[in-house]
Ligand binder design. Structure first.
Ligand code: TXA
Ligand code: MG
Length: 317
């Protein structure tokens, strides 16, 4: 079993494995990532193989700090404001690739823009400073499965694909980074995430535009409708539970049920709900019910990102 506690020695071993072109799964503050040296196309290809992921979905390059990010892409004034406010942290910025940027095209799926993020998790930061090059890392799950928030989830999904799985316990946020496009004249929110639109407005002074999430359009990738689908069907807005359904509850008064039930937050706390969302979907899916009924969750703050994930899960494969 490739799961190892994320000690300094293990981090050094993981950095060496990455430099040799092998895959390493590592914790971030959002979800566990499946990392490869972003400048090594063959290493990046192993990510797609391990995940069984559609190629037109480009990957995020993770770096240790803004200096490292500046070597890869062109960050203007708006991007610098956002970086100052949210890096290190769960914000990914899509910007124009810098000429001579060493990141493999496989990472960008051929686009002339690059998604970059500086994670805040101490293990991710230690690993990135050790490797000294950008690490491409999608969430460390098979494509179409829910994102992993523990090392155990990674091991269950990917077996021996990563040379090593660095274990630092459960992820704090449990929902992926917010992806914002700053490559053009308009700032566009491509994926809601841990940083809310309200937080972004406070920094920019205006709202990012919402992207149309058209699953077929390669210029708006990452919006594959089925990306977060569990095996079971997902029914949203449920206020009652039918026989044979599992219940994903939210709040203090879930409907009565004799089937499997997980409450994301009995006191309706969206942060708690986000942190447990993927694990709850996984657990309910593993009970082999045909349908997961999900109670309504408010569209405010982190509720935006939670509902976005749930709608994708409900869209099916
Ligand atoms: O929290 C996270 O962001 C996690 C951790 C591991 O850092 N990573 C993650 O990566 O969620 P992934 O590959 O599952 O999601 C990357 C997102 C996708 O929606 C992808 O389409 C978008 O970023 N993306 C990447 N490059 C892009 C680009 N050049 N233009 C537009 N979207 C891009
Ligand atoms: Mg993912």
């Amino acid at each position: 079993m490739a799961v190892v506690k994320a000690t300094n020695d293990a981090i050094a071993g993981a950095a060496a494995a990455l430099a040799e072109g092998r895959l390493v799964a590592f914790p971030t503050e959002t979800v566990y990532g499946l990392g490869a040296d972003a400048t090594n196309g063959a290493a990046v290809a192993k990510i797609f193989a391990a995940k069984g992921r559609p190629r037109f979905n480009p990957l995020i390059s993770h770096v240790a700090d803004l200096d490292a990010a500046d070597k890869l892409a062109l960050f203007d004034e708006r991007a610098r404001l956002l970086a100052a406010a949210f890096w290190p942290g769960p914000l990914t910025m899509v910007a124009q690739r810098r000429p001579g940027c060493p990141v493999s095209d496989l990472v960008t799926a051929g686009l002339d823009t690059l998604a970059v993020r500086v994670p805040a998790h101490p293990v991710a930061r230690a690993l990135l400073s050790r490797v000294g090059r950008p690490i491409a890392a999608p969430s460390a799950n098979r494509s179409g499965h829910v994102s992993p928030t523990t090392a155990g989830h990674v091991a269950a999904d990917l077996n021996d694909a990563p040379a090593m799985i660095l274990d630092a316990g459960p992820c704090a946020h449990g929902i992926e980074s917010t992806v914002i496009d700053v490559s053009g004249p308009r700032v566009t929110l491509l994926r809601p995430g841990s940083i809310t639109s309200a937080q972004i407005v406070r920094v920019l002074g205006y709202s990012p535009e919402l992207s149309s999430s058209d699953a077929e359009r390669p210029s708006a990738p990452g919006q594959l409708a089925s990306h977060y689908a569990p095996r079971a069907r997902v029914r949203l807005g449920a206020t009652t539970v039918s026989a044979g359904e599992a219940l994903l509850a939210f709040g203090s008064s879930p409907p009565a049920t004799s089937g499997p039930m997980i409450n994301l937050s009995a006191h309706a706390d969206l942060i708690e709900a986000a942190a447990g969302l993927f694990a709850a979907l996984r657990t309910l899916d593993a009970t082999n019910v045909s349908c997961i009924a999900v109670m309504p969750i408010p569209e405010t703050g982190l509720g935006e990102a939670i509902n976005d994930r749930l709608r994708r899960a409900a869209a099916g494969r």
